[in-house]
Design a protein around this ligand. Sequence first.
Ligand SMILES: N[C@@H](CCC(=O)N[C@@H](CS)C(=O)NCC(=O)O)C(=O)O
Length: 265
Amino acid sequence: MLYHNDMSVCAAKVRNALHEKGIAWQGVRMDLRAGDVQKPEYVKLNPNQVVPTLVDRGRVIIESNVILEYIEDRWPGTVRLRPSSPADIAAMRLWMKQLDDGVHATIGTVSTSIAFRHQFLARPAPVLQAWYDNMVDEARRNRLRLAIEQGMESAQFSQAVKRLIRLLDDIERALADSLWLAGPNYSLADIAYSPYMIRMEHLGFGDLLAARPRIADWARRLYATPGYIAGVHGFMDPAYLTIFERERPAARQRINEIAAVPLAR
Ligand SMILES: N[C@@H](CCC(=O)N[C@@H](CS)C(=O)NCC(=O)O)C(=O)O
């Protein structure tokens, strides 16, 4: 059983892997805006109040990158998503670790600053306050509050955009040496990044992606995989896509302004 959300990037990568390996799965859809992940019965499964959570054979597995490796070990099957060489396995894990070490938080910041804030601001003030109050992770609460209140004007927004530009430069460089992120074969690293790439397109990073030809080519290949088509594309929520489309022109302008300032190295 997978507890997930249609638009959650972390849940999307897990669905991508399940579909890529052809594993039949059942899901429980969690409404993040309604605070489903803060409900006591869910917190017993995932004390971090986030999706995804996989429950398999009575065992609870949390953390999307851990779940990806679990899926690979539990259902090795014919589609192998872990490289065979130790060096490529290390490269795969390093890419996945980067998501946990900050990239995921920056995507949350830019998604909320550009688009999700409009959903939160439409909620009655006491409901929004209760959502903040029930959040266990104080750093996350402060980051999201700033994104909701100040949107693209906050310093954390430009910091997040710069972090993502640095990531794009790193990926572009890596793809000069190998066809996929972690070597010659498609791996869990590519799967883990796939929802982040389409999210960046949705949020107005399109010019920055198109300016990096290897990323543009890699993204086209990612989006053509069966796992992506069924597990990521197949779950796009039209209500969110409408907000992305509405906010994209202003975001694109602001992102391109930030990108025009050279990065401090
Ligand atoms: N490190 C966690 C991060 C999970 C995470 O941040 N999930 C987000 C959605 S992508 C979430 O559930 N947020 C809860 C909320 O929006 O209330 C993982 O990789 O599983």
